[in-house]
Write a protein that binds this ligand. Structure first.
Ligand code: FNR
Length: 400
């Protein structure tokens, strides 16, 4: 199958699986622990049913939406991921350019391969920035100024990663081993197209940017603080570092960043409604209901099951987004009907990136757009504003 033959996200997943070494594919695909939450994100979408509204005039449809005062071609957005360069060396540059061509939002990760200024300079689209706080809080002010100066429109602080999730696929695959484990090298050699691109990209990257600084940042922030951290640590050392290296975002951090950042401020990773009042008081503008794609605390509910609770608690004072398990246009419609202002996809565009770079990401987005439009028509909704809870059943709506 070629990129142009892919007709849905699952096809892109299969293309990515074939092109990537097993350990790299696992690093994108996997979740934490027993991957219960990862599976739940999908199965919960399947449980929700449509209740189409017949006889609605859906001859012309408009998928566009306005978010934080900005018109977007549709409410599907690209979530931050730090794994782009493992998929393909063009990484965030390719993703940002595809998002710009599709006229949708791309949120760049703090642990992206390319510096935030570089991505902003090489794309014309609407960019948001995802923030992991530097362990040295004195650096936050400078980072926030750089993000604003580069033209990022909104800032989202990820709040579900005080330590890295226990990703056992990565531990087994010895993904974090330095120098690379022979198993990794063998797997890389068995995928020559990927390996050539990876090595070329790595040399380019080391020439242009400070690769080791990013790596040190990740290790310093989460690497040693998780059971699957650097494989050379003994269990005792790991226990000690769990105590000392965790880096949590606190309410004080949110307050401080609110005072530093003038644009829309979001928190990414909220999984309960009862924090909303306090967030509103702090001046937060929005939240992403997210369980980090099932990669952090295993055992949390599916995001689509928590969405109505957060939407109700936010009571229009916060703009609520969702990510986790969105693989079809139908999933997008379900989330919007349950009150999301937009949805983010993570793995789907990483599959597109691995399969075909910028063109692969763009094709994946356009396939989702077609499915989204199709679902809207069949459901009887001509615009995003026509979507409401009466169009779905089987969702977990909190009793009032
Ligand atoms: C992520 N995610 C993530 N989130 C974040 O805030 N900062 C980050 O750097 C990353 N990195 C990252 C890498 C990879 C490989 C994945 C799969 C995910 C989480 C991401 O933003 C989003 O919450 C999930 O990917 C959404 O779930 P789906 O769409 O992948 O099911």
């Amino acid at each position: 199958m070629r990129v142009q033959d892919a007709i849905n996200v699952e096809d892109f997943r299969e293309l990515a699986r074939r092109r990537l070494p097993r350990a790299v594919f696992d690093a994108m695909e996997g979740g934490a622990g027993d991957e219960v939450s990862l599976r739940r994100n999908r199965t919960a979408f399947d449980r929700i049913e449509f209740r189409p509204r017949p006889l609605a005039d859906v001859a012309t449809r408009d998928l566009s939406t306005t978010v934080f005062g900005e018109r977007l071609s549709m409410p599907i957005m690209l979530a931050p991921t730090g794994a782009g360069r493992l998929a393909r060396s063009s990484a965030e540059i390719a993703v940002a350019r595809a998002a710009a061509r599709a006229d949708i939002v791309y949120m760049q990760s703090t642990v992206a391969a390319f510096p935030l200024e570089d991505v902003a300079a090489r794309s014309t689209g609407t960019l948001w920035y995802q923030l992991y706080l530097p362990p040295n809080r004195a650096e936050v002010g400078n980072l926030v100024r750089r993000i604003a100066a580069a033209g990022y429109r909104a800032l989202a602080i990820t709040i579900d990663t005080p330590v890295l999730g226990n990703r056992e696929r990565d531990t087994r695959n010895k993904l974090m081993s330095r120098p690379p484990h022979p198993k990794m090298l063998l797997q890389g050699a068995s995928k020559p197209a990927w390996a050539t691109d990876f090595i070329r990209g790595k040399f380019d990257f080391m020439r242009k940017f400070d690769f080791m600084r990013k790596f040190d940042f990740m290790r310093g922030q989460f690497g040693a603080g998780c059971p699957g951290g650097p494989s050379r640590l003994s269990l005792n050392q790991t226990r000690a570092t769990i105590k000392s290296s965790s880096d949590c975002v606190t309410w004080e951090d949110v307050e401080r960043i609110r005072s530093l950042w003038e644009g829309p401020l979001l928190l990414k990773g909220l999984m309960r409604g009862d924090e909303c009042d306090r967030l509103v008081e702090l001046g937060v503008d929005g939240v992403v209901v997210s369980n980090h794609g099932g990669r952090q605390l295993d055992g949390v509910p599916a995001t689509i099951d928590i969405l109505p609770e957060v939407v109700d608690a936010a009571a229009r004072r916060l703009t609520v987004f969702l990510d986790g398990g969105v693989r079809r246009g139908n999933d997008v419609v379900k989330a919007l009907a349950l009150g999301a202002a937009g949805v983010f996809v993570g793995r789907p565009y990483l599959y597109g990136l691995a399969a075909g770079g910028e063109a692969g990401v763009l094709r994946m987005i356009e396939l989702l757009r077609v499915e989204f439009d199709h679902a809207m028509a069949l459901l009887g909704a001509a615009t995003v504003a026509d979507l409401d809870r009466s169009l779905v059943s089987g969702a977990r709506i909190p009793s009032t």
